[in-house]
Design a protein around this ligand. Structure first.
Ligand SMILES: O=c1[nH]c(=O)c2ncn([C@@H]3O[C@H](COP(=O)(O)OP(=O)(O)OP(=O)(O)O)[C@@H](O)[C@H]3O)c2[nH]1
Ligand SMILES: [Mg+2]
Length: 199
């Protein structure tokens, strides 16, 4: 069976990828299965650069096929912040609740029409027999004034998707996996998976 390593230590992402890859007959591992792998420093200025850094670092260590996700929340009223700093917006310890509190306080007083935002996801794929490449996906929404829902992870409770009338934390995991930025990026990765891995 072909196997792929998802170069993430984020449990929320790992769960979503397990579902997103479930239709493929492949062994899917994440860095949660390799606790001794050190943290990879994300020194890039773009999601794409960081995804490539993570994918290539793990591909070097493993000689396996690797997919890395670099993603985050881009808020128009905050000039694109938290952006590539989404995971660590309120400090190096990566606390989702503190990150949400920081965004809510910065968005205090911003009127509804100016609360537009998107989740963005860059996926990089690296492997022993092809050049590393990236695909991406996005999901448009609005930043609420308060949390709603308990599914998902990260900023999901404050990210409202108008077409669903729900925050991402109010959707079932299955529904989030149909319309999220990560799902959109995975759709763009599918042809490569078919070609490179399912051969
Ligand atoms: O509400 C959310 N729903 C999502 O679907 C989502 N996707 C990304 N994010 C935020 O963006 C950071 C990624 O940063 P990031 O790509 O560096 O990942 P990370 O550091 O958490 O793990 P790793 O994959 O690097 O190991 C995450 O921590 C979250 O704060 C999301 N928030
Ligand atoms: Mg990270």
């Amino acid at each position: 069976m072909k196997s792929v390593i998802i170069a993430t230590k984020n449990k929320g992402k790992a769960k979503e990828f397990e579902r997103l890859f479930s239709k493929h007959d492949m062994e899917v591992k994440t860095l949660i299965d390799f606790p001794d792998v050190p943290d990879i420093e994300e020194t890039g200025e773009t999601f794409e650069e960081n995804a490539i850094i993570k994918a290539e670092a793990i591909a070097k260590l493993s000689s396996s096929y690797v997919v890395a996700d670099d993603s985050g929340l881009v808020i128009d009223a905050l000039d694109g912040r938290p952006g590539v700093f989404s995971a660590r917006y309120a400090g190096a310890e990566k606390n989702d609740e503190d990150n949400i509190d920081k965004v809510l306080s910065e968005m205090n007083g911003v009127t509804e029409k100016d609360r537009t935002a998107r989740f963005y996801c860059a996926l990089a794929m690296a492997g022993p027999d092809f050049e590393t490449f990236t695909v991406n996906g996005a999901c448009e929404g609005l930043i609420l004034n308060e949390r709603r829902g308990s599914e998902g992870f990260g900023y999901d409770p404050i990210f409202f998707v108008p077409s669903e009338g729900k925050t991402m934390a109010e959707m079932s995991p299955a529904r989030k996996n149909e319309l999220s930025h990560r799902a959109a990026a995975m759709k763009n990765l599918e042809p490569y998976i078919e070609k490179l891995l399912v051969k």
